[in-house]
Write a protein that binds this ligand. Structure first.
Ligand code: NIG
Ligand code: FE
Length: 402
């Protein structure tokens, strides 16, 4: 019987997704799993037997988990970026038919293969910055055929590159022009046709909504959640990004995995999240790009013990930023997270926001998704925005970068 390959790292500084271990550690992987994680002083001969030397020193973290992206899209929105610099707001541009809808036009025009080719380098950029799991949303198709097209592209991306892609149907992202003044009818389409079609093709792992004045009401989003529940799909929400509508509390009542953005979240919303066990996904890239001033209620979330995740929100409009470690930095500088909180936010808590237990943590039995960084301390990942620090990356037990 051939032996399952084992790899051994010695003298590692380990951040395991929750905490930094206080002493030099040994880590052994076996096949696609973490087999041993122990202080160096406990590493004995029996553990080392038949293990390949994988290296020594540096900082090891779980592979990063980017739990909120819109990575598949056509066109770009540099023109809108310029208009915002001249004074127009994100909401004004959206109301005038630009914003998300301009990406919808470009995405509908693009073929599945074109969307795939355009998205590959973006996903590669996330991978080269340490991501081993990336969530990708639809939401620029806004009809059954084009939403499914986007989700198929997302699935194919996960087959093309060494990364786990988790998909989310975001049909309720914006009102498509065909349904002007008929938003309830569009919600019917999502509930009666889009969700069932995505489920039938096995294309979606969750359902998301954009609950906002420029998008959908709390009642409309709740109808989408009820339809998702019927199909056994977990739910999440873009909520309280530009105003406080109470979408987060409603999503929490439905057991949402996460509420995302949440700059305008109030204490009642924080309490609802705590009771539901939802994760607060904070998106400093969108906050930065849109030059928001309303900070998410970090201290209230902390006090309530609501886990905070950090993600890129990579998209062509509000966050054209494709670098997970930049988000660690922005989460600290803009939202005053500690580096440890930011790192937990892109590992253990991000996995929790995806409803996952098998990755996002370095612990015995977990999937061997890991990164080794050429730094001295985990906090350096958030401190500096500096390419070239990823020394090794392992995805499900297979080395992809060394
Ligand atoms: O997460 N808030 C709504 N949706 C996206 C923006 C998408 C876009 O502008 O294209 C977000 O910020
Ligand atoms: Fe988003």
């Amino acid at each position: 019987m051939p032996q399952t390959p084992r790899k051994l790292w010695r003298d590692m500084t380990v951040f395991d997704g929750v905490q930094e271990w206080p002493e030099p550690m040994a880590v052994i992987t076996r096949g696609d799993r973490i087999d041993t994680l122990c202080p160096m002083r406990e590493l004995d001969a029996s553990l080392i037997q038949n293990a390949h030397d994988a290296g020594r020193g540096g900082v090891m973290t779980p592979g990063l988990v980017d739990c909120h992206t819109h990575l598949v899209f056509g066109g770009n929105r540099a023109d809108e970026f310029e208009r915002r610099l001249e004074g127009a707001s994100y909401a004004e541009i959206a109301k005038a038919g630009g914003g998300i809808l301009s990406t919808v036009r470009a995405t509908r025009e693009a073929s599945e293969d074109e969307l795939l080719e355009r998205a590959l380098p973006r996903l590669q950029a996330l991978i080269d910055d340490g991501a081993t799991t990336v969530e990708i949303k639809s939401g620029y198709g806004l009809n059954v055929a084009d939403e499914l097209k986007m989700l198929r592209v997302a699935r194919r991306l996960g087959e093309r590159l060494p990364v786990r892609v988790v998909t989310t149907l975001l049909g309720a992202h914006a009102l498509p022009p065909e349904y002007q003044d008929a938003s309830d009818a569009y919600i019917d389409l999502i509930c009666d046709e889009m969700i069932p079609a995505a489920v039938a093709e096995g294309l979606t792992d969750a359902v998301d909504v954009f609950c906002e004045k420029i998008a959908f009401s709390v009642e409309q989003c709740e109808r989408v959640f009820l339809a998702a529940e019927k199909h056994g799909l977990p739910i999440k929400a873009h909520a309280e990004q530009l105003s406080n509508l109470g979408g987060t509390a409603m999503a929490a009542r439905h057991g949402a995995l996460s509420a995302d953005h949440i700059e305008f979240l109030d204490q009642a919303g924080v309490d609802a999240m705590r009771e539901a066990g939802s994760v607060a996904v904070i998106l400093p890239g969108a906050f930065h790009t849109l030059r928001e001033t309303q900070l998410p209620p970090i201290e209230a979330l902390r006090e309530a013990g609501v886990p905070m995740a950090v993600a890129t929100d990579a998209n062509p409009g509000s966050s054209p930023l494709f670098q997970p470690t930049l988000m660690l930095n922005l989460a600290c500088t803009l939202f005053r997270l500690t580096p440890r909180e930011a790192l937990a936010g892109m590992t253990a808590h991000a996995a929790q926001a995806l409803g996952a237990k098998e990755f996002g943590r370095l612990e015995v039995g977990a999937l061997a998704d890991l990164c080794v960084w050429d730094i001295q301390r985990p906090a350096e990942l958030a401190y500096a925005v500096q390419p070239g620090r990823l020394r090794q990356r392992m995805f499900q037990g297979v080395m992809t970068h060394e």
